[in-house]
Write a protein that binds this ligand. Structure first.
Ligand SMILES: [Fe+2]
Ligand SMILES: [Fe+2]
Length: 256
C-alpha cells in the first residue's frame, strides 16, 4: 500500500492510498479536477472515497468524481449524507478496502460527527489533529475534542498522521510563542520553515514526535501551566481549553 497526497485550495491535502493492482482510495476530496487528473495520470482505479466531516474543503469534489467513477463507494458520517454518501459511518465500524482493514473511529469536536480512518500505519484524522496543533472546536465541544485527540495519541508511536491541512509552521510559531525556551520546538520550527520554503509537505508526521512538539498533546506538563500563567490546580482539559482559546486569537490563526 502506497501513500500519496496532493495539495489543493490554499492549504488542504487530499490523501490517496493505492495498491500494486492500482486500486486506490481517496480521502477528503475537496476539489475534483486535480484529483481526477492525478487518477488518470497514475492509471488508478478508485474504489472508495472516505470523508472525515462535512466541511466543503473536504467534500466539494465528490459529485464530479463519482460522475467519472460511478462504481466508487463513498463512506462518511451522517453530516456528509448530502455528498452522495452510500455508506454512513459513525465510528466503531471495520471496513475492508484494498485487502486491508480500515478502522473507523469517532473523533468529534471539530464537527459533531467527525470521524477518522485508521489503516495501519496510516491515520487519516481530518481536521482533528494537525502537526503541532489541533483543529478549531465547534461551539463549546472542548471535551469531545480533547477526548478525540487523546484517542488519536493512544495509537502506536509509529502511526503516521495524515492531517488535512498544512498548518505545521503556523502551529509551531504559536507553540514557540507559548513555550519560547523549548528546544525541540525551536529546532523543528527551523526545519519546517526550510521545508516549506522549498514547497515540500510537512506531513505525514509520527505520533511519537507529535507527543514532543504538539502542545495540545502536552497539556499534562507543569511547564505549560507555568508559561501560560495558569494555576497548578487546573485539569488537563482546562489547560487544553485555555490553549485552544489562545490559539484562536493568535496572529495568523487558521480557518480550521
Ligand atoms: Fe473542517
Ligand atoms: Fe478543513
Amino acid at each position: 500500500m502506497i501513500l500519496e497526497n496532493i495539495s489543493i485550495l490554499s492549504d488542504n491535502y487530499v490523501w490517496f492510498l493505492y495498491d500494486t493492482n492500482n486500486f486506490c482510495i481517496i480521502i477528503d476530496p475537496g476539489l475534483s479536477e486535480p484529483i481526477i487528473e492525478k487518477i488518470k495520470k497514475k492509471k488508478w482505479n478508485p474504489v472508495a472515497i472516505l470523508l472525515t466531516h462535512s466541511h466543503s474543503d473536504h467534500t466539494e469534489g465528490v459529485s464530479e468524481i463519482i460522475q467519472n467513477y460511478p462504481s466508487v463507494t463513498i463512506f462518511g458520517p451522517k453530516e456528509t449524507r448530502k455528498n452522495s454518501v452510500n455508506r454512513i459511518v459513525s465510528g466503531g465500524e471495520k471496513l475492508f478496502l484494498l485487502n486491508k482493514t480500515v478502522y473507523v473511529l469517532p473523533t468529534p469536536g471539530h464537527t459533531l460527527g467527525h470521524v477518522s480512518y485508521y489503516m495501519k500505519p496510516y491515520f487519516f484524522c481530518g481536521d482533528t489533529l494537525f502537526s503541532g496543533g489541533c483543529g478549531r472546536v465547534y461551539k463549546e465541544r472542548y471535551l469531545e475534542m480533547y477526548n478525540s485527540i487523546k484517542l488519536i495519541s493512544s495509537f502506536p508511536d509509529n502511526t503516521m498522521l495524515c492531517c488535512s491541512h498544512e498548518y505545521t509552521l503556523s502551529n509551531l510559531s504559536f507553540a514557540k510563542f507559548i513555550l519560547p525556551e523549548d528546544n525541540m520546538i525551536k529546532i523543528y520550527y527551523k526545519k519546517i520553515k526550510k521545508l516549506r520554503y522549498l514547497n515540500k509537505s510537512s506531513l505525514p508526521c509520527y505520533i511519537f514526535f507529535e507527543k514532543k512538539i504538539n502542545l495540545f498533546l502536552r497539556t499534562d506538563e507543569k511547564i505549560l501551566k507555568k508559561f501560560m500563567g495558569l494555576k497548578n490546580s487546573l485539569t488537563d482539559l482546562e489547560v487544553f481549553i485555555q490553549l485552544r482559546l489562545r490559539k484562536n486569537y493568535f496572529i495568523g490563526a487558521k480557518r480550521d
